[in-house]
Design a protein around this ligand. Sequence first.
Ligand code: EZ4
Ligand code: CO
Length: 404
Amino acid sequence: MKIADAKVIVCSPGRNFVTLKLTTEDGITGLGDATLNGRELAVASYLQEHLVPLLIGRDARRIEETWHYLYKGAYWRRGPVTMTAIAAVDTALWDIQGKGLGVPVYQLLGGRARDSVMVYGHANGQDVAATVEAVARTVAAGYRAVRAQCGVPGLPDTYGVGHGKPGAIYEPAVKGMPSESVWSTEKYLEVVPKLFAKLRAELGPDLHLLHDVHHRLTPIEAARLGKELEPHHLFWLEDPVPAELQEGFRLIRQHTVTPLATGEVFSSIYDCQQLITEQLIDYIRTTVVHAGGLTHLRRIAHLAELHHVRTGAHGATDLSPVCLAAALHFDLSVHNFGIQEYMPHSAETDRVFPHGYRFSDGALHPGEAPGLGVEIDEALAATFPYDRAYLPTNRKLDGTVHSW
Ligand code: EZ4
Ligand code: CO
């Protein structure tokens, strides 16, 4: 079953997505998400210029062999652009394999380890009261797990507290340039424990509560926050510090039993090897599109399983429905699944990517269609051309660039 055609589709139904579509000589198509938010065209070009010529004529059924051919064959290893491009090919090949055999991808991954996949939703508010209301609304919509992000008194804008509609991008002051936000660790550390105290008091002990620090603290600051949040029993505290320094987590661990999650920006198993093998984290957030596809993500999950680390794949709206579908097949099948992030896409995005996954009772199911269960409407996609956009940048009150 040879690959006869490989097409890179760039579209912007509300935000930019890059999609790889492979077609075999007998007409089976497979999709892979290749979206790297803010650097989309680097991956599109990597695919178009360097991988497409290698794919034509290859046997689409040799998924494992193709992964190593692209990874080892590049000589240059790892990195988000390379690993996102490889992920797109890998995901599309699993889709083709499933369609060729007439089964959903999770059946190829060992079958279902559970009936459905628990997801967490997002709830944001400008202050504590508004955030508590937003969490209550999310619970009313059926979620059993909610990530809560709250505006910081004294700061104009805070990570996660968007102004827009579902799936909207951060609006920059100058179109096509990054937006800027302002940060104060001191002010942030004052409000977060108050938010979670209020959430537990109002919403009771059963709800899973999550929070994303977005790489903004130092280890000792994160240790303080984790300790202060202990009475409120978070499901996890995400990205407490930038994780390039993996041993930085050791310091946080020495001080708090609040569970830790990290890894949405990681692109390979080597980015989390120490975090996993030294049991410095509780959840690994690597996902299909940015960590080398289902083939590589399964390797990470299996290493994690040996060390009591569970999965919690990234699933924000800058990962396309193709990635979400692939993540759900992974989540359904992997034994040490923890939770899946879920933010509904915009209506335009859902129309461009018709899909079979469905939400009910706080959980998603990928559906029973052969392959991934997601398609792309290319004619509609062509009506939404690429629109340059960046993730925001962040500065401390004195103007110093900080992690966003
Ligand atoms: O900021 O997807 O946990 N979710 C997140 C996301 C990320 C964006 C970056 O591309 O941190 O909202
Ligand atoms: Co995050």
